[in-house]
Design a protein around this ligand. Structure first.
Ligand code: FAD
Length: 197
């Protein structure tokens, strides 16, 4: 941990928070960088405006292609929350992107665990996977993700293997063809599968 980074003091809770919570003072501010505290303020306002009014309804719906909460999803994207994990080439270029992404997830989860799961897929699992993608694929996909035009999904879990993703347990196979790859196998627990692009 860098010793010269600006830290907030637990004795001085973030005055910019329009919706303060007890835990901000008790725990969250103790070691958070100022960058993350400012992001949390912005995320909390965005979530209050774009998600909170719909959260109860989202939590009650069965998951289906028709019920996906596009308005809240794209609202969070418009507020810039999907850009948090990325460097300056595609996103915010934060000094602490991982901490920022976790903090935004926490703000979303306060109102909707469903949407926090969606944010997890879109902004943690998929960006982590795209770390290993070619520059061309990153340039094609990340703007789609950050803008919220496309909902992404992440499919590793299989009926016969979940935590254990070793090659001897995984049954899905990718075969190279003239045009690319053909992927065959069965997956389940796929967040956003009903609407993913
Ligand atoms: C709400 C929700 C959303 C999800 N979304 C997705 C998604 O979008 N995409 C996706 O691919 N998956 C998704 N999953 C699946 C999730 O990744 C799996 O649930 C997770 O990998 C655990 O698998 P499992 O539940 O089958 O438990 P298991 O793998 O059966 O594990 C059961 C228990 O055994 C322990 N265990 C397992 N293997 C070992 C070992 N070798 N040694 C010691 N202990 C072990 C585990 O820690 C756990 O406590 C989602 C799950 C949930 C609940």
């Amino acid at each position: 941990m860098a010793s010269d980074r600006p830290l907030t003091s637990p004795a001085q809770p973030d005055a910019a928070l329009k919706v303060p919570r007890m835990q901000d003072r008790m725990t969250h501010d103790v070691w958070l960088p100022e960058e993350t505290v400012a992001l949390r303020s912005q995320a909390r306002e965005a979530v209050e405006k774009r998600l909170a009014p719909h959260a109860r309804e989202i939590g009650r719906r069965e998951e289906s292609a028709d019920s996906f909460p596009w308005a809240a999803f794209r609202g969070l994207a418009e507020e810039g929350l999907f850009s948090v994990p990325f460097g300056a080439d595609f996103g915010r270029g934060l000094t602490y992107p991982m901490l920022g992404t976790c903090t935004v997830t926490e703000e979303i989860a306060y109102h909707s665990s469903s949407m926090a799961g969606v944010y997890d897929g879109q902004c943690i699992l998929v960006p982590q996977t795209l770390t290993f993608a070619s520059p061309a694929l990153r340039a094609r996909l990340i703007p789609e993700l950050v803008s919220g035009r496309t909902a992404f999904s992440f499919a590793t879990t299989e009926p016969e293997t979940s935590s254990d993703l070793t090659a001897t347990r995984m049954q899905t196979v990718a075969e190279r063809t003239a045009d690319g790859f053909v992927v065959n196998g069965r997956k389940h627990w796929i967040t956003n599968s009903v609407v993913a692009g």
